[in-house]
Ligand binder design. Structure first.
Ligand code: FRU
Length: 456
């Protein structure tokens, strides 16, 4: 697809398979749900500008995670506040009474953020849809959960079958709070999750709690938290594996360990799709608050990662998550022949978007994606089990130190030498070591990347 259209996309910094809105500012994915053949993506949206503003929930849907159809805005701010992040459930039994048994509602649970002079308050509200998520009616007794807190947001709600009840987990500053409900309208607090020795500048956002399995069918609950720190050094999506008893979560190796889902900078506010049978599919905002507001814009700003399927792997140090691109996206890209396999030498970049597959033979390898004397470099050191990415040679000084730094992580599987890169106009997503080492990176070049150089 080396043509003028691609050059045009580069000038506009418009990804081809990663969701972007036609105009305006986008951050976190919200209310992810599979319903009647479509994956619905709602998202933090400010349509009137390219900075974070009074937030709405935008809406898009897809069947294959490659082609996205943007739909009318789902939720607008009101006198109770702007609409911050949250989740969506399909209330099949109409426990909320907001639909009927014959026509059960989709219920969105979200934070309303209210600023009155210097005072800020956040509480949880709900809205329901009886037309498959196209339009929503806000519940007239909102908010449904108000603790009088300033930082109290991003409710993730799910059905806990063993006790036939709804569970909500929310971020509240440096801790997570758990609540239960029979009807999505009245909530009772059931637990608090904290980490020992938390640094004072840490803030937790966008929690998610799901059950994952390893290849032997062994299961653990996995708690995901988006963590922001003032200098962004320890910002990103972290996770704990452990147990959930219907009221609270317990990390199986204590809370000292810090595991991140991604060694890149551009994976934040991760959320999973509700109502997906047999798979857990996670998607994130492909960005970092350190520079999200100063990256190039062309009337729109912000995009989402490629959705990923999650599973667990048991290692000597405990469970780790594995990630691979969602099946639909993989199949779609392969169907269009957009998969290229390489093991050495130079090669022209044929497809954007495309999946580039590498088989690494030696102990230390580097892979460069080049364009007009500039490059992005992946380095893999199999002796130490370390993968790195350096995008500092491809511009971006103006986006600050977080954009320029070298990112890396250790991995356990030194035998698996397959590496996949999903390449789009402004992003590179790396899947290595069987999905144990995943890195998500944005890049901004004036012209399409031209070739790949594999070095020893
Ligand atoms: C995370 C976040 C959430 C909040 C939303 C506001 O990126 O800060 O905690 O609900 O963005 O847009």
């Amino acid at each position: 697809m080396r043509n003028e259209k691609l050059q045009e996309m580069y000038c506009a910094h418009r990804p081809l398979i990663h969701f972007t809105s036609k105009k305006g500012w986008v951050n976190d994915p919200n209310g992810l749900i599979f319903y009647e053949g479509y994956y619905h993506l709602y998202f933090q949206y400010y349509p009137e500008g390219v900075q974070h503003g009074p937030m709405h929930w935008g809406h898009a849907r897809t069947k294959d995670f490659l082609e996205w159809e943007e739909l009318p805005i789902a939720l607008y701010p009101d006198e109770k506040g702007t609409i911050f992040s949250g989740s969506m459930v399909y209330d099949k039994e109409n426990t909320s009474g907001l639909g009927t048994k014959e026509s059960p509602p989709l219920v969105a649970v979200f934070t309303q953020h209210l600023e009155e002079g210097k005072k800020v308050i956040q509480y949880q509200s709900i809205a329901y849809s009886l037309d498959g998520g196209m339009t929503f009616t806000k519940y007239d007794e909102n908010p449904v959960l108000d603790m009088g807190l300033r930082d109290f947001r991003d409710p993730k709600v799910f059905w806990y079958a063993p006790e036939k009840k709804w569970v909500m987990v929310t971020a509240a500053g440096q801790e997570l709070r758990f609540f239960c409900s029979d009807n999505l309208r009245q909530w009772k607090e059931s637990g608090i999750f904290r980490q020992e020795d938390m640094k004072p500048d840490v803030i937790w956002e966008c929690p998610d709690l799901v059950k994952l399995s390893d290849e032997h069918g062994e299961q653990r609950w996995v708690l995901f938290i988006s963590q922001n720190t003032q200098d962004y050094v320890e910002s990103g999506v972290r996770y704990y594996t452990g147990y959930f008893d219907g009221s609270n979560f317990y990390a199986e190796s204590g809370t000292k360990e810090t595991l991140f889902v991604d060694f890149g900078r551009d994976n934040y506010a991760a959320a999973t799709y509700a109502e997906v049978e047999g798979r857990v599919i996670q998607q994130s905002w492909m960005n970092c608050w350190a520079y999200a507001g100063i990256l190039p814009e062309a009337g729109f700003r912000g995009s989402m990662t490629l959705p990923r399927e999650l599973s667990l792997k048991k290692t000597a140090e405990g469970y780790r998550i594995l990630q691979k691109p969602a099946k639909e996206a993989l199949e779609g890209l392969r169907r269009f022949g957009q998969q290229v396999s390489l093991s050495s030498g130079n090669s022209a970049i044929e497809f954007i978007p495309g999946i580039y597959h590498f088989r690494l033979e030696k102990n230390m390898e580097s892979i460069r994606f080049q364009h007009a004397g500039k490059w992005i470099e992946i380095k893999i050191d199999f002796c130490y089990g370390k993968i790195m990415l350096d995008r500092s040679h491809c511009g971006g000084k103006e986006y600050g130190p977080c954009f320029q730094e070298m990112n890396w992580m250790y991995f356990h599987d030194l035998k698996d030498r397959e590496l996949y890169v999903v390449l789009d106009v402004t992003s590179l997503e790396i899947f290595a070591a069987g999905g144990e080492s995943v890195g998500t990176f944005q890049y901004f070049t004036e012209r399409p990347l031209e070739n790949i150089v594999i070095g020893g």
